[in-house]
Design a protein around this ligand. Structure first.
Ligand code: GTP
Ligand code: MG
Length: 438
């Protein structure tokens, strides 16, 4: 028999109410012994009391959900107490003494998945809903919960299974009086599937940008206006600006929201040959941030000629996800400086707030973050790209048996996404990032 798990679903703080969730076979006995409800009607809110050894500890609202019609698919009880952690602690201790177990992080949702109440993708989106920090992140998580991503994968899986069934019939009974399958017909169907999957893949974005945020570092030589740009993007005076080169010596970081994406913006020390050891350490950190960022904004003073320092930094950043920003256009444009970068630049003036709309659009374009992007995990993107490659391999073959092998391989990646092939370790890892009580 599976254990009966309990956990508070609300934070352990003083509040108006606190919700205790219980899932497992003991629910009916708990209702009888702790709530004095003999045979509770499912989905009915009972105003009753919680008793420990027949001593009343709180006035509560209790709802009983009968398996399988509950969140986890098991018998469940949800009890609303008054929001004092002392009361909740008493109740939890008594229930643990009674034989319940304190739930692990994500265990309710894991049980929901194992009992077929939701697919793996939907189960994971529950965590995203709880952790979303922006409106856009929440919207994406809700769409995933409704199956926007998994329904599509499920349909492709059905198409695969249909093809496999036909192929199997052909391989098994091919010599009897059934019309043999034409390999080109199979390939035609596979090609449609592959193109379809490829188009879908293009719509997928990396969910870490939406949930963890985009990390952007502003770099350049001293005095080009990095801190000014940093403050302007944040719309507050966070970093010190002055006309003395070497003003920023340590890095400064802050967050802001860009088109619904949380952004971690980092202002760095101007990179140059430093004689001062403190400044040198700051410069080392600047270089470190260049390596760790999703996007680097390389700032140059467009009113002046480029110097050795500019070229040095250019070489550090040219092969990365870099946006070349030429600042101080209000003073003038040095043609040679402009020519060096050619078209691939954004010319701005922080002082006059010029061309910031172009800069922000460029950030989103660079990471392919469009309006209809569906944000999924790196792992899922990777599995879909594997599924596409296996289909491409299938299309190059001329033997039905080998084509079949590749189709099965491709299908296995999609089934991994849907959680149809998973081992306990993977599941534990996925659900361990959840909060307790969910
Ligand atoms: N004319 C003009 N001046 C600017 C512009 N942006 C910044 N400045 C000025 O350039 C000087 C340097 O600006 P900062 O933002 O401190 O430059 P920085 O790149 O952070 O410099 P360090 O911290 O020393 O590396 C300040 O006097 C700013 O007012 C601009 O768009 N136009
Ligand atoms: Mg600065």
């Amino acid at each position: 028999m599976k254990s009966t798990i309990i956990a508070p679903s609300t934070p352990f703080l003083k509040s108006a109410m606190a919700l205790l969730r219980i899932s497992g076979d003991k629910c009916i006995d708990i209702a009888k012994d702790f709530l004095h409800l003999k045979s509770p009607k499912p989905r009915y809110a009972y105003h009753t009391r919680f008793f420990i050894d027949n001593k009343e500890i709180d006035d509560v609202i209790a709802i009983y959900y009968k398996a399988p019609k509950s969140y986890t698919g098991e018998d469940m009880l949800e009890i609303s107490f008054h929001g004092n952690p002392l009361i909740l602690e008493k109740a939890i201790n008594a229930l643990i003494k009674y034989g319940c177990e304190y739930a692990k992080a994500g265990e309710f949702t894991k049980r929901a998945f194992l009992n077929g109440k939701m697919g793996l993708e939907q189960a994971k989106s529950v965590e995203l809903i709880i952790n979303a920090n922006t409106e856009k992140a929440l919207e994406n998580a809700l769409a995933l919960l409704k199956g926007k991503f998994s329904d599509y994968i499920e349909n492709i899986r059905k198409a695969f299974i249909h093809i496999i069934a036909n192929l199997e019939a052909d391989i098994e009974f091919g010599y009897e009086d059934i019309e043999p399958l034409n390999i080109n017909d199979i390939k035609y169907e596979l090609k449609i599937l592959k193109d379809n999957l490829k188009d879908f893949y293009k719509k997928l974005g990396d969910s870490s940008y939406l949930y963890d945020g985009i990390k952007i570092a502003i770099v350049g030589k001293p005095n080009v206006g990095k801190s000014s740009l940093f403050n302007e993007l944040l719309r507050k005076k966070r970093s010190i600006v002055s006309d003395i080169p070497g003003t920023t010596r340590d890095y400064v970081e802050d967050r802001f929201e860009l088109a619904g994406f949380p952004v971690k913006l980092i202002d760095t020390a101007g990179i140059r040959k430093a004689y001062d050891p403190v400044e040198a350490q700051g410069i080392e950190l600047s270089i470190e941030h260049i390596k760790q960022s999703d996007i680097v904004i390389f700032v140059v003073d467009v009113s002046n000629s480029l110097t050795e320092e500019d070229f040095y930094i250019y070489n550090l950043v040219k092969s990365l996800n870099t946006i070349f920003v030429l600042n101080k256009m209000d003073i003038g444009i040095n043609e040679k400086t402009l020519d060096f970068f050619k078209e691939n630049v954004i010319i701005i003036s922080v002082r006059e707030h010029k061309n910031f709309d172009i800069l922000t659009k460029k950030i989103l374009d660079m990471l392919s973050l469009t309006e209809d992007t569906i944000y999924v995990s790196k792992r899922n993107k990777f599995l879909i790209s594997n599924a596409i490659t296996a289909l491409e391999n299938a299309l190059e073959q001329n033997s039905m048996e080998i084509i079949m092998l590749y189709i099965r391989e491709s299908l296995s990646y999609l089934e991994e996404i849907l959680g149809l092939i998973t081992d306990e370790n993977i599941l534990d890892e996925i659900f361990s990032t959840f909060c307790i009580g969910k």
